[in-house]
Design a protein around this ligand. Sequence first.
Ligand SMILES: *[C@@H]1O[C@H](CO)[C@@H](O)[C@H](O)[C@H]1NC(C)=O
Ligand SMILES: *[C@@H]1O[C@H](CO)[C@@H](O)[C@H](O)[C@H]1NC(C)=O
Ligand SMILES: *[C@@H]1O[C@H](CO)[C@@H](O)[C@H](O)[C@H]1NC(C)=O
Ligand SMILES: *[C@@H]1O[C@H](CO)[C@@H](O)[C@H](O)[C@H]1NC(C)=O
Length: 476
Amino acid sequence: MMALKQSYSRRPALLHLVFAASIFSLFVFAAIRSSFSFRGKLLFTDTNSLDLRILSDFQSNVQQCVANRGLGLTAQIIDHCNLILKFPQGTNSTWFNEQFKIFEPLEYKYDVCEAILLWEQYRNMTTVLTREYLDARPDGWLDYAPKRIAQLGADKCYNRTLCEEHLNVLLPAKPPFHPRQFQTCAVVGNSGDLLKTEFGEEIDGHDAVIRDNEAPVNEKYAKYVGLKRDFRLVVRGAARNMIPILNGSDDEVLIIKSLTHRDFNTMIKRIPNPVYLFQGIVLRRGAKGTGMKSIELALSMCDIVDIYGFTVDPGYTEWTRYFSTPRKGHNPLQGRAYYQLLECLGVIRIHSPMRAERKQDWSDIPSRETISRAHSAVVRLKKNEAGEDSDLGQFRNCKVWGQSGPYGSGPVSGSPDMSDVRKKSSYSKWEVMPFEKLSETARDQFSQMEGVSLYKMDGNKLDDLVCVRHSLKSQV
Ligand SMILES: *[C@@H]1O[C@H](CO)[C@@H](O)[C@H](O)[C@H]1NC(C)=O
Ligand SMILES: *[C@@H]1O[C@H](CO)[C@@H](O)[C@H](O)[C@H]1NC(C)=O
Ligand SMILES: *[C@@H]1O[C@H](CO)[C@@H](O)[C@H](O)[C@H]1NC(C)=O
Ligand SMILES: *[C@@H]1O[C@H](CO)[C@@H](O)[C@H](O)[C@H]1NC(C)=O
């Protein structure tokens, strides 16, 4: 511990070293890949210590960032991967967990290496359930599809027609949205905090705005939450009441977080909005709930993710909402700590009343370059731990492969008994968008990924992906 601490105070020298070392590592790596195993093993030890140093340096960046931005939070480094975020002594922990009969703890331990792997992966991920995903998984229709349908009356889709009847209306053939499709996105939570600032215009200035559940968007709240409406992530309970909420907002994309239900189809057939099912796993740690899913969704489409209206400032013990009276809160401290970690890992940028003044200064957040260097270091370390020789690059986690036609082709989601309002819907705006109309960064990403869409397998395994390759026909 002491030794680590000392090396942090020698950072400038260390930086030079790391820089020189990372260049050296390129050579080492080239050497390893073309060498026999005994020689490879020796050299791996060198790269290991190099990667450890890259990560230790990254950890001290994170520590500094938490000190600067955490409003009292501090980070204690344990090793090159692990750190503990601590709230100051005397923090009022009033949220009582009925289940475990304890107050919320004031310390949270995180594995930064895992967090980098997870959140960097989201930048290349598809988070909308598609037909190609169900087709690609061997158990896709039989086992996975029924998990997404409530009250199906069977635990497997022995009768695929029956399951298709539930899913057709919200199942696009291919991913309707693409990694890095938007440059900036605002994710707007529902916290009562929003009434303390006037972020409305700033929120509307983003390329896409993602909102939660039944959040009202109207003149009354415009100066606080803006008026732009692009995406709305809803849980099953809220999905029932969408008709009055979506009234007049035909293009707003509805994404159902959990399960669909026969009743939804009746509702969906009455509205012109695109409706999809979220495709993603339950996170293993950190804050849960719609908020975290909104960030996953945003990260799978956007370069920069700004969050508003998440309760992230000290002093809140209740779960407030900008449009209704406070409700019983849940895990405010755990949430705050995890959001702060995510900001210092370059995943999100936090906007809140107590941070309103410094919103333009992001200089203490690690750059994309720094993050991607740390990411590579983690990948190499993991690979060495597992004793793997092969390097499959960005497809190393693909467990299942599928094949699909080019984007912007194939059927638009719908069902045979589609109402007129639905036939004239705005689905096609996304689902048959020609590849050439995508932003340049999205097209670059597509070619770097060789036209492959990545999806999470469900379940808790961090690394398993379903990968679908799209033919390049008419796209180059
Ligand atoms: C802690 O919070 C509770 C409930 O909000 C409040 O009644 C109490 O006075 C607070 N204590 C301190 C020391 O701030
Ligand atoms: C399968 O489901 C469809 C639609 O509900 C139904 O018409 C058909 O009879 C079912 N087939 C079998 C073999 O049960
Ligand atoms: C939708 O809004 C219009 C006015 O903008 C109103 O006349 C109509 O009743 C609303 N419909 C629903 C279902 O709320
Ligand atoms: C994400 O995609 C980029 C190409 O845009 C690629 O260079 C990078 O390796 C990918 N990262 C992960 C974690 O898959």
